[in-house]
Structures are given as C-alpha cells and as structure tokens.
Design a protein around this ligand. Structure first.
Ligand code: FES
Length: 96
C-alpha cells in the first residue's frame, strides 16, 4: 500500500529501508523523500516506520532465541557423541 504518493513510497519500501538501518523519520526523508512535497503522508509514514521497527525487533529477538536453543541442543548432544567416540563399538567389549 502506498504511504507517500508524491514519491511513490510503499510500506514495503519503508520496511526495506528499516532493514537497511533507517530508524527515524529523518532517515526516511533523507533516503526516500517521504514528506518532502505535500507532507500529507507524515502520519502514515510514521506509523509504517514504527510497525517496521517493531517487526525488525521481534525478528531479532526470535533469532537470538533460536540461536540460544540451537546452542543448548548442541550441548545436550555433545556428551552422548563423546561417549560413543570414547567407548568404541559396543561389541568390542562383549564379543570374542
Ligand atoms: S504524499 Fe508524501 S510528500 Fe506528498
């Protein structure tokens, strides 16, 4: 959906700008030209910016949580792998 008709800026474009580091209205104005002509888009642009920032923060938190869970699962796997490597094949102790 268009946010700024004068500059042809959509919500997706604002989301991409946030992904690339835009954090303030000033950033959107500088990189996309939002609010530079009639200015009617200011309120909607601010809402789109805040929504994109919230989504970015949530995605970062989910990534940190997923990384933490992966690290924990790796730690849980590690002892059994070490045990298997240290003990060798099971039949070695019992066959012969
Ligand atoms: S609609 Fe954005 S400057 Fe006019």
């Amino acid at each position: 959906m268009y946010v700024c008709i004068c500059k042809g800026v959509t919500e997706n474009v604002i989301r991409e700008a946030v992904e690339q580091g835009a954090e303030r209205m000033r950033d959107l104005k500088e990189c996309l030209g939002v609010t530079e002509q009639c200015g009617i888009c200011a309120c909607h642009a601010k809402q789109a910016l805040e929504q994109a920032l919230a989504q970015k923060t949530l995605a970062q938190q989910q990534k940190v949580l997923a990384d933490k869970q992966n690290a924990q699962s790796q730690q849980l796997k590690a002892p059994s792998q070490r045990f298997a490597a240290a003990s060798g094949p099971l039949c070695e102790n019992f066959c012969l």
